[in-house]
Design a protein around this ligand. Structure first.
Ligand SMILES: Nc1ncnc2c1ncn2[C@@H]1O[C@H](COP(=O)(O)OP(=O)(O)OP(=O)(O)O)[C@@H](O)[C@H]1O
Length: 266
């Protein structure tokens, strides 16, 4: 049984020994094996690893779209048993917005559909979060009139407007060009300074993990196991601390035989 701990001491998310599998026909694919980590309130926690190591699958499981075959996922001390408005997803794809609705209507949509708040409050939250992502001038446009980066901002505003316990971000910037991607990463940090949300962020870019994350979980290749859990650095790209961490993670991911080692906690 869980003991009652002060709210600040209990991790917001506890992933304990989680194994996730897909069954396709006669095949059983193990996506992650006994993965454990904890996310605290205000963390920008990054899942980092090569393609196919189970990052998206872990995010799906935290989102409640898939149940572990082994282990447990707890949010705020309660076992995750399904999807809920306390975990909002932002995906990589630009087409996650409803094309027939304006930016404002897109942001209001989940608030109204989930009956979380009344229309006036939904409208007020849309104004607030559209402004936070710098799109006030574009609130009444439809998605096809926006750039890829702007659409991602709308998706982030829509998720944040729900004021979820946790934002689940699955490579949200992977489809953007390098300059826009860098700009969006900076914006995310600015938004975080402003609202201190908790995010679980998936990427396969080491650089992005260090820029965006406060904590980084490095996963080994398929099936994903925890290779290391590291603190990120606050210095920007090009600084000695950043370069050293980048080199350390590269070594973990690319040096032969690394997957067999015990996880590193630093
Ligand atoms: N719907 C599915 N059915 C069967 N197998 C799947 C399914 N989705 C993912 N997998 C398999 O599970 C493993 C983990 O996939 P996942 O998409 O979680 O990895 P990832 O680390 O997010 O990769 P990427 O960075 O390429 O998105 C892979 O071997 C993949 O082929």
């Amino acid at each position: 049984m869980q003991r009652d701990l002060p709210a600040a001491a209990t991790p917001l998310l506890q992933v304990q020994g989680v194994t996730l599998q897909y069954r396709t026909g006669r095949h059983l694919v193990t996506a992650t094996q006994r993965v454990s980590f904890e996310v605290h309130r205000g963390d920008r926690f990054v899942l980092l690893g090569p393609s196919g190591c189970g990052k998206s699958t872990l995010l799906k499981a935290v989102g409640g779209f898939m149940a572990p075959v082994e282990g447990q996922i707890r949010l705020d001390g309660r076992e995750v048993r399904g999807a809920g408005p306390d975990r909002m997803m932002v995906f990589q794809e630009f087409d996650q917005l409803l094309p027939w609705k304006t930016v404002r209507q897109n942001v209001m949509f989940p608030l109204l559909a989930s009956r979380r708040v009344a229309r006036a409050e939904a409208a007020a939250r849309a104004v607030k979060y559209i402004a936070k992502v710098g799109l006030d001038q574009f609130a009444d446009l439809h998605p096809h009139m926006l750039s890829g980066g702007m659409k991602q901002r709308v998706a982030i505003a829509r998720a944040m407007a729900m004021e979820p316990a946790m934002l689940l971000m699955d490579e949200p910037y992977a489809a953007l060009d390098a300059l826009t991607r860098r700009k969006m990463q900076r914006e995310l940090l600015r938004l975080w300074d402003d609202t201190r949300f908790t995010a679980l962020f998936v990427t396969h870019s080491i650089e992005e993990a260090i820029i965006v994350g406060t904590r980084i979980l490095v996963l080994s290749p398929h099936p994903g196991r925890v290779r290391a859990e590291l603190d990120s650095v606050t210095e920007g790209p090009g600084s000695p601390g950043f370069g050293a961490l980048q080199a350390r993670i590269e070594e973990m991911l690319f040096a032969p035989g690394q997957a067999a080692q015990e996880p590193v906690h630093a």
